[in-house]
Structure formats: structure tokens, C-alpha cells
Design a binder for this molecule. Structure first.
Ligand code: ATP
Ligand code: RI2
Length: 202
């Protein structure tokens, strides 16, 4: 089986052609496997300092399961936001999410920074980062439903809300790639790793 990799707006432009670093923002519906595909790539590129896997700040307990994030309460998130701690912040699923401001500096240092993002927040990513590629991870609806139930991080109602959520994907003037993760993680993970290798190709 091969992962479907469709390119729009020209696929991915190597960061080196763009004169330095870039952000690759990973989006897609809940349960598609964004965290899993990113974790696969993080294992593949462990110790390779051309890449940074950003850790998000989320108003979710740090031990909730799923991605490794910085868990804070709402008051702390609001204070951090007011202090300029985030370069991009958004709300979804009753939670607040922030991308640490230091990502801007990491891109300026020439690194390729991977961020688990949000379809709804993509305009804010475009505003924050001049060098941006959007990677959309997809999976069939029934596959996502089964995965979210098995993951067990959310309850039935919350899972239903996640499965229904379909924010409009805005038309954006940036590179974009879609990877179908309906099959084995190894397949989509390898497609993502190949994409990242192209991002740093000389
Ligand atoms: N290709 C795959 N095959 C089987 N299980 C998978 C695959 N990809 C991900 N999973 C599992 O599906 C569940 C959801 O994956 P993951 O948390 O990576 O999705 P996500 O897109 O980040 O979801 P959310 O937006 O809700 O955080 C996890 O339990 C994960 O282990
Ligand atoms: O529906 P959209 O706007 O794409 O994404 C909404 C949010 O949901 C997911 O977070 P998580 O599953 O709570 O970690 C995404 O990563 C994003 O932050």
C-alpha cells in the first residue's frame, strides 16, 4: 500500500531554497494521526538538529495521553498569552492551544520546525510565518472513529464533537501536501519522512 501524497501549490519548497528555516504545520481532523505521524518522524530524525518538533502549550493535563505537550490551567495560559509567550494561539474542543514564541527564532536560525496546528488557525500561521508548508493528515471517517474510541483520551460526547468538527480550510498562498493515514502508520510515516527529507534537500 502507498500513502496518497497529493501536492497543491507546488508541494514543498526546500528550506534551503527559501534561504533558511521554515515551519511545517501539520493539520487534519481528530484521529487522523497527526501526533502519530509526527512522532514517527521525530524517531526517524532523532538527534538531527536541522529539525525541531515544537511542544505546544495546552490547557489539558500534561498526563492526559497523546502528544507530549506543556499542560497549563486557563489562568496560566491567559497570562502567558498576555506576556507574548505564543506566536500563534487558538481555541478548539473547549481547550486553548499556544505555539511557543521561540519557534520564530528557531526558524530564523535556519531550522525546520514542525508544529501540530489547527485547520481553523491556518490564517494565523500564515500571518506568523513567512516560510510555511501545510501538511494535511487524513483518514477515513470510520477509521478515525475507531481510533479515537481506542485512544480513550476523550469521552463519547467529546469524540462525537471531534468527529463532526470540519472547519473550512481557507485558500492559502502556501505550499501544501496531503498524506492519507488510513492504512498502517509505517506507510504515512514514511511519506512524511520523505517529505521532510525534501524540505532540507540541497
Ligand atoms: N496508521 C495508524 N494505524 C493505527 N492506529 C493509528 C494510526 N495512526 C494513529 N493511530 C492511533 O490512532 C489514535 C489517534 O492518533 P493521533 O492521536 O496521532 O491522532 P491526531 O490526529 O493527533 O488526533 P487529535 O487531533 O485528536 O489529537 C492514536 O491512539 C494512535 O495511536
Ligand atoms: O479542527 P482543527 O481546527 O483542525 O484542530 C483543532 C485542534 O484539535 C487538535 O488538537 P488536540 O486533538 O486537542 O490535541 C488539533 O491539533 C488542533 O489544535
Amino acid at each position: 500500500m502507498t500513502a496518497a501524497v497529493e501536492t497543491a501549490a507546488g508541494g514543498i519548497t526546500p528550506a534551503t531554497e527559501l534561504g533558511g528555516g521554515m515551519v511545517i504545520v501539520v493539520v487534519g481532523p481528530s484521529g487522523a494521526g497527526k501526533d502519530s505521524v509526527m512522532a514517527h518522524a521525530a524517531r526517524h530524525f532523532a538527534g538531527d538538529d536541522r529539525f525541531v518538533f515544537a511542544r505546544r502549550v495546552i490547557t489539558r493535563p500534561a498526563d492526559a495521553g497523546g502528544e507530549a505537550h506543556i499542560g497549563v490551567d486557563e489562568a496560566t495560559f491567559a497570562r502567558m498569552k498576555g506576556e507574548g509567550a505564543f506566536c500563534v494561539a487558538w481555541e478548539a474542543h473547549g481547550l486553548c492551544y499556544g505555539v511557543p514564541a521561540k519557534v520564530q527564532a528557531e526558524v530564523e536560525q535556519g531550522r525546520v520546525v514542525l508544529v501540530n496546528g489547527s485547520r481553523q488557525a491556518l490564517p494565523a500561521f500564515v500571518a506568523a510565518f513567512s516560510r510555511l508548508t501545510v501538511v494535511t493528515i487524513t483518514a477515513h471517517a470510520e477509521v478515525r472513529a475507531e481510533r479515537l474510541a481506542r485512544r480513550g483520551r476523550e469521552s463519547g460526547d467529546a469524540i462525537a464533537g471531534r468527529l463532526e468538527r470540519q472547519p473550512r480550510m481557507p485558500e492559502l498562498p502556501v505550499d501544501g501536501v496531503t498524506i492519507d493515514n488510513s492504512g498502517p502508520l509505517e506507510v504515512a510515516g514514511t511519506a512524511f519522512v520523505d517529505l521532510l527529507a525534501r524540505a532540507v534537500a540541497r
